[in-house]
Design a protein around this ligand. Sequence first.
Ligand code: NAG
Ligand code: NAG
Length: 227
Amino acid sequence: MQGKGVVLLCVLPLVLGQDPKTFSWDGPGQTLAPDPINPCLTDQNSCGCCLMQKKKWELEQYINSSMNSLEDLLDKAQNTLKNIRDNRVAFSVGLADKRRCIGPLKTATNLVYQSIFINIGEAYNSSTGVFTVPRSGVYNLAFTVFTDAGSPGAALAVCVSIRRNGVALAALREIYDQDQEDQATAVLLVQLSAGDRITISLQAGCWICDDQNHYNTFSGFLLYATE
Ligand SMILES: *[C@@H]1O[C@H](CO)[C@@H](O)[C@H](O)[C@H]1NC(C)=O
Ligand SMILES: *[C@@H]1O[C@H](CO)[C@@H](O)[C@H](O)[C@H]1NC(C)=O
């Protein structure tokens, strides 16, 4: 009987969050007022209960803090993923969908690739032929060029360059009169800054030809962002 009363007194403040001194206990045989901080000092019988309560509270705190840090980590991971998704950049375009030759021209001219395979992030503009870098990072760029001399023995001149803000990064060049057709590819990895304009420029006096087979392509994607 006495044991039960002390146990109750020990649990009550935890449940009600009140000072146990405000509760009176008139049970028979009580000699000492129970100590709410450490009931073990005044009543050995309450030890088990209070220790369990303490352990339970510690466990709950541990679970709570583990859950909180897991939630924080999950939030961060979700943000990073969203950031990556929102900033995806990839384009791949072909020059034309039907038979079309461009050149020879007197001055170097930017090519406008009109057949879109993919344009994630809409950074390639199919009316200007310009890929405008949406965010700074390391990019993979590639282009393939093809031309047809028209007849055997006729002169062949396929020469283009890839340019960053008008300055050549790399070029392909094939001027010959033995083959009727020629094709070449260049692939490069470059660090680009947001706002850079990447174009493919047909050099003066050269020409390229395409059709629905897409012999001429221009592609790029963000390998990783640096800002
Ligand atoms: C654990 O979290 C719950 C829900 O947020 C809260 O009610 C409880 O008081 C917390 N327990 C501890 C020991 O912090
Ligand atoms: C493409 O460029 C043209 C000419 O600068 C511009 O009017 C148009 O809005 C651009 N399109 C996109 C999708 O940015």
